[in-house]
Design a protein around this ligand. Structure first.
Ligand code: UT7
Length: 325
């Protein structure tokens, strides 16, 4: 049986020039490189320049993805940006990216599911392709989380960073079998009862201010390992596959201990996990496409590899996508 599959044709990423090492926080806060590395695995992160916005990061990553895919911007018929740190309340970052790339047709919109944003965006882009609404989609995760950090809160400010990752997703013919290239299955979940575990204490309607990120880290950690393993298993199951079929996990990069705990629950060795958290910190919706692009640039994936992505973030919202390279 012939069937359309949303296939990744190219990837790209962008990291702002300024690198902030752990030692920099120890100058003003009661923290240390030791604490940050042992609790999170993070050694450094990138912070955007004052005049560098989420749409800029997204545009650089998108250009790199287009080049990697060998396609031009005018062949893109949808731009989706996953972000919780948009340039403005509206319009969407995606329309700014569209304009920056000179795209004058098709449609563009943002998705807001915090750290799970990219998984939600990829699932939505796949759905649009399967529904025949789009043939070639730029799916981007881009964040400037440094802008919503409380500089006096040592429990959060050391964890997050800025960056963007992008991929070109396009309709290709498949057979319907799980050996097809492309997105094979998605699993998305949210539970708003956990709002207080991870949120921003400002917003247009409530305060008129952007606000700062607040997190009950230990509680989020507890949910993360349990929910990430469960959603990963569900996505694999929907694709008719098991953890033993997985070649690479490309997880949300929040904490090395969560990444290791989830891999362990899935029974997969760390050699099969892409880890970038040490150099990027937690870049929220950008973390998975960043990791995908870095690993692709290093030539780590080969055609036919089964890749599992999974993420959890504010909401709580979490999900996983199983795809074949
Ligand atoms: O991407 C969205 C999803 N977010 C996540 O996945 C994050 C999930 N949570 C985590 O990654 C971890 O919980 C953290 C890295 C945030 C914290 O690690 P933890 O092992 O859960 O530490 P903790 O929160 O239990 O804190 C342990 C201690 C506390 O002191 P007391 O109460 O034991 O005296 C904190 O006050 O560490 C203290 N602490 C720090 N000490 C030095 C908190 N932040 C710092 C810091 N430096 N930066």
């Amino acid at each position: 049986m012939s069937l359309i599959r949303p296939v990744i044709r190219g990837t790209g990423h962008y990291l702002p020039e300024r690198v902030v090492e752990n030692a920099e926080f120890a100058k003003t806060l009661d923290t240390s490189d030791d604490w940050i590395v042992s609790r999170s695995g993070i050694k450094r992160r990138h912070f955007a320049a004052e005049d560098e916005y989420t749409s800029d990061l997204a545009t650089y990553a998108a250009r790199a993805a287009l080049e990697n895919a060998g396609v031009t911007a005018d062949t893109i018929d949808a731009v989706i940006v996953a972000t919780s740190t948009p340039d403005y309340t509206f319009p969407a970052v995606a329309t700014q990216v569209q304009a920056n790339l000179g795209i004058i047709s098709g449609f563009a919109f943002d998705i807001q599911a915090v750290c799970a944003g990219f998984v939600f965006a990829l699932a939505n882009a796949s759905g649009l392709i399967l529904a025949g609404q789009a043939k070639r989609v730029l799916v981007i995760g881009a964040e400037t989380f440094s802008r919503i950090m409380d500089p006096t809160d040592r429990s959060t400010v050391v964890l997050f960073g800025d960056g963007a990752g992008a991929l070109v997703l396009e309709a290709q013919e498949g057979t319907g079998a799980s050996t097809d290239r492309g997105v094979l299955a998605c699993d998305l979940n949210s539970d708003g009862r956990y709002r207080d575990l991870l949120y921003v204490d400002g917003g247009v309607s409530r305060t008129g201010q952007a606000g700062y990120l607040r997190m009950q880290g230990r509680e989020v950690f507890r949910h993360a390992v349990e929910k990430l393993a469960a959603t990963a298993m569900t996505a694999l199951d929907k694709a008719g596959l098991t953890a033993a079929d997985v070649d690479w996990i490309v997880p949300h990069q929040a904490n090395l201990r969560i990444i290791k705990g989830t891999a362990q629950k899935l029974g997969l060795p760390m050699e099969r996990v892409v880890v970038t958290v040490q150099d990027h910190g937690n870049t929220s919706a950008a973390s998975i496409p960043l990791a995908l692009s870095v690993a692709n640039a290093e030539g780590r994936f080969k055609p036919g590899d089964l890749i599992l992505t999974e993420a959890i973030g504010g909401g709580l919202s979490w999900g996983a996508v199983a795809l074949r390279w």
